[in-house]
Design a protein around this ligand. Structure first.
Ligand code: PLP
Length: 280
């Protein structure tokens, strides 16, 4: 596959960065993950807005204007034969002598890669998740490349034959290790509000919008651990999962133990929205 590194398109295997890059040394950088369906970017403006927000929150000057980002990303998509792809974008504070404080006059490192994207199918069996305390920092709204907490938490899921680890902070649900979480209680859909404790997921926002437009009650309010444990349905959202049903939580059955009726509607609404956007 073809990658983009600091102004150049080149084979991924040839893309190299110096060991003193602050991304490597400190995890001093941010990233984005943007889906491409059959050659077309989905929610590109929203992803680029979040990229800009992440850069601003770490005081890193955006290396490119929005239009330049779009042009570079579309060129990368074309270089990789245009099908369904996941575009990974990373910006770090660049290469400098190792010292914690920001270096002066350092050029950010910009890396973009493409990997094949197999769109998820509408499943008939739900996934298993576990819960753990949210051990991460208090700036989870920044899409930081420093993901050690998320990595350790996701690994615990895998070690327990689960799809994801759902995180609890101070008695309330935050999100998954790499997903946002929705619950259904008595016909009402709940998802935690956007604040510093969660990543503002693009899929989360799309789902909130399509539910709202379909007059399905959906509230962006705090969800207690007790509510999570008594939910009729639990869903995960992310760019690669879209919206996925959960039927076991810490080895306890969720709701009926089957994929939920509200989830099925939400899945259909999301697919319809995707088709509308991608055809426009
Ligand atoms: N929360 C975290 C911690 C994530 O890393 C991600 C994305 O991978 C998400 C939520 C979902 O965000 P999106 O829907 O934009 O992919």
């Amino acid at each position: 596959t073809i990658a983009y590194l600091n102004g150049e398109f080149l084979p991924l295997a040839d893309a190299k960065i110096p060991v003193l890059d602050r991304g490597f040394i400190f995890g001093d950088g941010i990233y984005e993950v943007i889906p491409v369906y059959h050659g077309k970017l989905f929610q590109a403006q929203e992803h680029l807005q979040r990229l800009e927000n992440s850069l601003e929150k770490i005081n890193l000057v955006n290396p490119y204007a929005r239009a330049t980002w779009l042009e570079l990303i579309n060129t990368l998509i074309a270089h990789n034969q245009g099908g369904s792809q996941i575009i990974y974008v990373q910006v770090t504070r660049g290469v400098a002598k190792r010292q914690h404080h920001f270096p002066e006059n350092t050029t950010p490192t910009v890396l973009m890669t493409s990997s094949p994207f197999t769109e998820p199918n509408k499943v008939t069996e739900g996934y298993h998740v576990i819960t753990r305390p949210d051990i991460r920092w208090l700036n989870c709204d920044i899409k930081s490349i420093a993901l050690l907490g998320n990595v350790l938490l996701r690994q615990e899921a895998i070690a327990n034959q689960a799809k994801e680890t759902i995180l609890i902070r101070d008695g309330y649900l935050t999100e998954g290790a790499a997903t946002n979480v929705f619950v259904v209680l008595q016909g009402i859909v709940f998802t935690p509000p956007k604040n510093n404790l969660i990543l503002p997921g693009i899929t989360r926002d799309v789902l909130v919008k399509v539910l709202h437009d379909a007059n399905i009650p959906c509230q962006e309010t705090a969800v207690s651990e007790a509510q999570l444990r008594t939910a009729d349905e639990i869903w995960l959202t992310s760019t690669s999962l879209e919206v996925a049903p959960i039927t076991r939580l810490d080895n306890q059955i969720v709701g009926t133990g089957k994929v939920g009726a509200v989830w099925s509607t939400a899945w259909d609404l999301l697919q319809r929205y995707k088709q509308q956007i991608l055809q426009a």
